[in-house]
Design a protein around this ligand. Structure first.
Ligand code: FMN
Length: 460
């Protein structure tokens, strides 16, 4: 019998049976320590315990008490591996002890997704139950193709599969870090809506913003042009969303990028042994990891980001990748001003970030200021005048702004012109002739037509 069935049959406790106030605080403090786990050890959990967790979740309130939820617990190894395949990138689906698919019967919504709200209440209750029992969990909306899942699980078309909880025991090495929470003052107000402007991201002007007009791949209100955002908004957006994953080795490797990183790295200068290299806006550190592998260990790597949350993420990511941090500085910058004295840096690297900046030319002025004479800047930029640039305009930019923040590919000729006004060119190439994956190196006039425009320039 699920253990909470007995609990449910007991009468409502008297006020005197309830934990004392200070105990409530202690319980809430324990609940607040919960954090998502995406790195499980694969050990099994007894079915009676899993059933108890699900039963606890069904104590949640539901709209009109309809309880139109259904929870499918998947603890079969082959099915978990298939669930991983269907999800795309969620290796934790195969490594967790069990997945709990969150489903509901389509029908009653109250005009306010009330059935969805109800399932969400139950799902969080299950996470807290798992946490109190000493397990870890992660909630996933990203479960992949729902038709394939419905087929795997035998879910009828009148039921929706909304997401999945993965529950298990973390590997000893799993990062046990809670994603940062916004300052409480930012996210609540009394008696009327008040919220700091920096936390509100831009939307295209419209008479109204109907929720149902917004889809993942088609958001008519999304503003991709970073010039319409200010630095603070970009910092805010990037700094929280980087925690959409855990800082595990290998996270946030772009499928579109393919082999292009190797070509970008070939463009780096060879800094002296005691050199200082700055990477600007590393976000989750994917390029930083490659850069650290590539640079001599004695070279000091500065990572300049807009939010301390990115820096904390990259710091743990380096640990998970087994990379030393003794010659790495995690530096904050704001409003496009770099935190380095004039002429003190040997090389600056801008890997596909100029197009994320409200004023890229002003940042290039800053790069010039901090570079020593003879120092280098290495740049790669998504090129608007390319097959990818056209794809971005016609397809990608119709979607929501991605977690890395707003960006807009820039014509290669513009970037080349901006750099030529400030630096001496050493090498300039196009990378990739298709919209994704390939890393063909394009030279001569074709350099202006690659998916990326990239090169190395020297400060005279
Ligand atoms: C509704 C919902 C959907 C989520 N979907 C995913 C997902 O698809 N993939 C993922 O890695 N994390 C997902 N998460 C986990 C969040 O990224 C995570 O809760 C958030 O970063 C806060 O971190 P914490 O849970 O450690 O406090 C989801 C969380 C919620 C509440």
């Amino acid at each position: 019998m699920p253990e909470s069935a007995a609990k449910r049959s007991s009468p409502t406790p008297n006020a005197t049976d309830l934990p004392r106030r200070e105990d409530w605080r202690a319980i809430l403090d324990v609940l607040a320590e919960r954090c998502s786990c995406r790195d499980f050890d694969g050990s099994p959990i007894d079915r009676s315990v899993l059933a108890g967790i699900v039963a606890d979740g069904t104590e949640a309130p539901s709209s009109c008490n309809q309880q139109q939820w259904h929870f499918i617990v998947v603890d079969d190894g082959a099915l978990k591996r298939r669930a991983w395949e269907i999800s795309g990138g969620n290796h934790h689906f195969a490594e967790c002890s069990a997945l709990i698919y969150l489903c509901f019967q389509k029908g009653w919504t109250h005009g306010n997704f009330s059935v969805v709200q109800s399932v969400a209440g139950a799902a969080y209750h299950m996470m807290l139950s798992a946490h109190l029992r000493g397990f870890s969990a992660i909630w996933n909306a990203g479960i992949g193709d729902k038709a394939a899942l419905a087929d795997m699980l035998g879910v009828p078309p009148t039921f929706e599969i909304q997401g999945a909880l993965a529950i298990g025991r973390p590997k000893p090495s799993a990062p046990a870090m809670k994603a940062p929470r916004r300052p409480f003052g930012q996210v609540h107000s009394w008696n009327r809506f008040e919220r700091p402007a920096v936390t509100r991201y831009p939307a295209k002007p419209a008479d109204e913003y109907p929720f149902f007009a917004i889809r993942n791949d088609d958001n008519p209100f999304a503003v991709w042009d970073p010039a319409e955002w200010d630095w603070g908004q970009i910092a805010d957006f990037r700094g929280y969303s980087v925690w959409a994953k855990s800082p595990l080795a290998g996270v946030y490797v772009s499928r579109r990028q393919g082999e292009a990183t190797a070509v970008e790295l070939e463009l780096l200068p060879a800094p002296a042994g005691d050199g200082r290299v700055v990477e600007i806006m590393p976000w989750g550190g994917t390029y930083s990891v490659e850069l650290r592998h590539r640079l001599p260990p004695s070279v000091h790597l500065h990572l300049a980001e807009l939010s301390p949350h990115n820096l904390a993420f990259v710091e743990e990511r380096f640990r998970q990748e087994g990379l030393p941090l003794d010659r790495v500085s995690l530096d904050l910058f704001a409003d496009g001003r770099l935190p380095y004295a004039d002429g003190t840096i040997d090389a600056v690297v801008l890997p596909q970030v100029l197009e994320h900046m409200p004023d890229p030319e002003a940042v290039l002025d800053e790069v010039r200021r901090v570079l020593r004479p003879g120092g280098h800047v290495t740049v790669s930029v998504r090129n608007r005048d390319s097959a990818y640039g056209r794809h971005w305009a016609e397809v990608e930019s119709r979607a929501q702004v991605p977690n890395q923040g707003p960006f807009q590919p820039i014509p290669a000729a513009s970037v080349e012109g901006w750099l030529g006004e400030r630096f001496a060119v050493e090498q300039a190439v196009g990378i990739g002739s298709g919209t994704s994956h390939d890393a063909a190196v394009l030279t001569g006039p074709a350099r202006l037509s690659g998916r990326l425009f990239a090169g190395r320039w020297r400060r005279e």
